[in-house]
Design a protein around this ligand. Structure first.
Ligand code: 5GP
Length: 181
């Protein structure tokens, strides 16, 4: 059986990272792709681990050289998935997980129709607002931009193969694992 490519999308603040952390604990052979971004690192984030932090020029170059499987602009920054690393892992039969926003997920569906697209949904809107405000990593303006984007993203959940409600991290992770196996 060949390894799966699973895309996890969902609004900013829904808890994608927590669900992924739990899923990787259960299925450590999974490889989580590291994206390139033009966003500045948050305190504690590490280049090459959380993201590859690149300049606008470098991001332009990556697009021109066709190095990205998909890319999108989100809340004023660009984010993209380096193509080669994903291909190498899949060729080595290693399951691959992408944590990307909705526009990127749609591009992956075009480029790799065999990919499994999973949308993580908050149990309630208030939950998303509380989590975004609570994590304290974005300014009030940035939070508003992300909430506006979240409204649009929630409307796109119908395009996904599976919708998982994040009312409990462990059970959401368990569902995600099913698709990686
Ligand atoms: P953050 O700035 O909170 O790390 O990420 C903002 C959004 O960009 C999140 O929804 C995250 O999933 C998404 N994202 C991260 N990496 C990529 C990527 O490579 N491509 C796309 N399309 N979205 C990404």
């Amino acid at each position: 059986m060949t390894a799966h490519l699973v895309v996890l999308s969902g609004p900013s603040g829904v808890g994608k990272s927590s669900v992924i952390r739990e899923a990787l604990r259960e299925l450590p052979e999974t490889w989580l792709s590291v994206s390139a971004t033009t966003r500045a690192p948050r305190p504690g984030e590490v280049h090459g681990e959380n993201y590859f932090y690149v300049s606008q020029d470098e991001f332009d170059r990556m697009i021109l050289d066709d190095e990205l499987l998909e890319w999108a602009e989100f809340a004023g920054n660009r984010y993209g998935t380096p193509k080669n690393a994903v291909a190498e892992k899949l060729a080595g039969n290693i399951p691959v997980l992408l944590e990307i926003e909705v526009q990127g997920a749609m591009q992956v569906r075009e480029a790799m129709p065999e990919a499994v697209l999973v949308f993580l949904e908050p149990p309630a809107w208030a939950d998303l607002e509380a989590r975004l405000a609570g994590r304290g990593t974005e300014s009030a303006t940035e939070i508003q931009v992300r909430l506006d984007a979240a409204l649009k993203e929630l409307e796109s959940s119908g395009f996904f193969d599976h919708v998982v409600v994040n009312d409990d991290v462990v059970s959401a992770a368990r569902e995600l694992i099913q698709y990686l196996k």
